[in-house]
Design a protein around this ligand. Structure first.
Ligand SMILES: [Zn+2]
Ligand SMILES: [Zn+2]
Length: 349
C-alpha cells in the first residue's frame, strides 16, 4: 500500500517517511570532529597513534596531514538503507592560518545507492582538524646533538632588571624562532637561551642588542663527532654584554660627565652634563663609558635663588640649600623644579 511521506509528500511503500527523508533525519554515516594532530614544527612529521609519520614532501604538508586525519574520521555505517559506492570524497574548505597551531576545515562527501530503488544517495558533512605544535622525538634528539648555541645575556656589573627580562622574553617569542629555542633560563642575574639553530641565536642576539646595545662575542667549540655521519659537532656560545648604564643615567667619558640619551645596536648617544653638547659613541669605542650615577640617584630639587653668576637649589630629599657650580642652568628661574646630582663634591643640575 502506498502512503504519502509526512515530510515531502512523496508516495512510498514504507508506511512512513520516504527513504530520502528518513536518511536526512538519520544519516547512515558519522564524522568525528574536531580532530587533533600533533605536528613537528621542525620537520612537519605528524603523530598518528604512537608513531610519527613523515609527510610525503608534497606541496602542502598541513593539507596532507589534515586529509589523512579526516579519512580516518569518517565512519560509514553498514546500513541496510544504502549500498556505499566509493570512498568518502574529501576537500579542503580552508585553514585558520599559515603557521602552527592552525585548524583546517575539511568537507566530506559520501555517495551510494539506496537499496531497493537504486536511487543515488549523497551525504555531506564538515569537520575540523586542529594541528598543534610538538617537536618530534627525532628532532629532539637531533637538537641535542647538532650545532647547539647558547646565547648568554649578561649586564655589566649588575643583574638584568625585571623590565629587561620581560623585553628579552618578548623578543625571543616574537623572533619566530621559538621552535628552535630549547630553553630560556635565568642564571647569575642574566639569561641563557639554548637554541638548536645558530642562525636563530644570532638573530635573537641582534634584536636584543638593537634595544639594549652592548657588545656581542662568540666562540664555537668542537664537542664531538657524529658517529653516524662523521660530521663534526660544535657547540657555540654567544655572549651579549649589555652595558651597566641605562638611558638617563650619568656616565663619565673622555674625562667629562654625560647623561645617556639613547642606546641602540650601533651607538650610545650622550649629552653633556655641564655643557651643551651631544656625542654619538659607536660600540667599538664605548668601552670607555663608565657609569657614575644611576638616574634614580638624582634628587628632585627646586630653584630658590638666582644671581648673575650662581644658582641656589633646595634639595627636596636632604632638605638643604646647595650652590650649583656647574650646569646648563643659565635660563632657570626661582621656583622652577629640576633634579640634581652630587659629583666630586659639586652639585650639578
Ligand atoms: Zn519524504
Ligand atoms: Zn621533527
Amino acid at each position: 500500500m502506498l502512503v504519502t511521506c509526512p515530510v515531502c509528500g512523496v508516495e512510498n511503500s514504507t508506511g512512513g517517511l520516504c527513504p530520502s527523508c528518513y536518511l536526512r533525519e538519520n544519516p547512515p554515516f558519522s564524522v568525528k570532529t574536531p580532530l587533533k594532530r600533533f605536528v613537528c614544527p621542525l620537520c612537519n612529521s605528524y603523530k598518528k597513534g604512537n608513531r610519527w609519520i613523515q609527510v610525503s614532501g608534497g606541496n602542502d604538508p598541513f593539507v596532507e596531514i589534515a586529509l589523512d586525519a579526516a579519512r580516518h574520521a569518517v565512519h560509514l555505517e553498514s546500513s541496510d538503507q544504502v549500498a556505499w559506492e566509493n570512498q568518502p570524497r574529501l576537500s579542503i574548505l580552508g585553514r585558520s592560518g599559515e603557521a602552527l597551531p592552525l585548524s583546517v576545515g575539511v568537507r566530506v562527501e559520501v555517495t551510494g545507492r539506496l537499496r531497493g530503488g537504486g536511487e543515488a544517495y549523497t551525504g555531506e558533512a564538515e569537520l575540523e582538524v586542529r594541528l598543534e605544535k610538538r617537536v618530534c622525538p627525532s628532532c629532539s634528539r637531533r637538537k641535542g646533538k647538532s650545532f647547539t648555541t647558547i646565547l648568554q645575556i649578561r649586564a655589566e656589573n649588575r643583574g638584568l632588571t625585571s623590565g629587561e627580562l620581560e623585553t628579552i622574553k618578548r623578543i625571543v617569542t616574537l623572533s619566530g624562532g621559538l621552535s628552535h629555542v630549547v630553553s630560556l633560563e635565568e642564571e647569575h642575574g642574566g639569561v641563557n637561551i639554548k637554541t638548536s639553530n645558530s642562525r636563530v641565536a644570532r638573530r635573537i642576539a641582534d634584536k636584543i642588542r638593537a634595544v639594549f646595545g652592548g657588545t656581542l662575542s662568540g666562540t664555537a667549540k668542537l664537542v664531538t663527532r657524529d658517529r653516524q655521519t662523521g660530521k663534526r659537532v660544535y657547540r657555540g656560545t654567544l655572549l651579549l654584554r649589555i652595558p651597566e648604564y641605562c638611558v638617563d643615567d650619568t656616565v663619565s667619558y673622555c674625562d667629562r660627565y654625560w647623561v645617556v640619551k639613547q642606546v641602540t645596536g650601533e651607538k650610545v648617544v650622550l649629552s653633556g652634563l655641564d655643557e651643551d653638547r651631544v656625542v654619538a659613541v659607536p660600540w667599538a669605542r664605548a668601552a670607555g663609558i663608565q657609569l657614575v650615577k644611576k638616574s634614580g640617584d638624582y634628587h628632585p630639587a627646586v630653584v630658590t635663588l638666582r644671581t648673575s653668576n650662581m644658582l641656589q637649589v633646595y634639595d627636596m630629599v636632604t632638605c638643604e640649600n646647595l650652590d650649583v657650580e656647574h650646569g646648563l642652568w643659565l635660563d632657570m628661574q626661582p621656583g622652577e623644579r629640576t633634579r640634581i646630582v652630587r659629583l666630586d663634591g659639586k652639585t650639578l643640575v
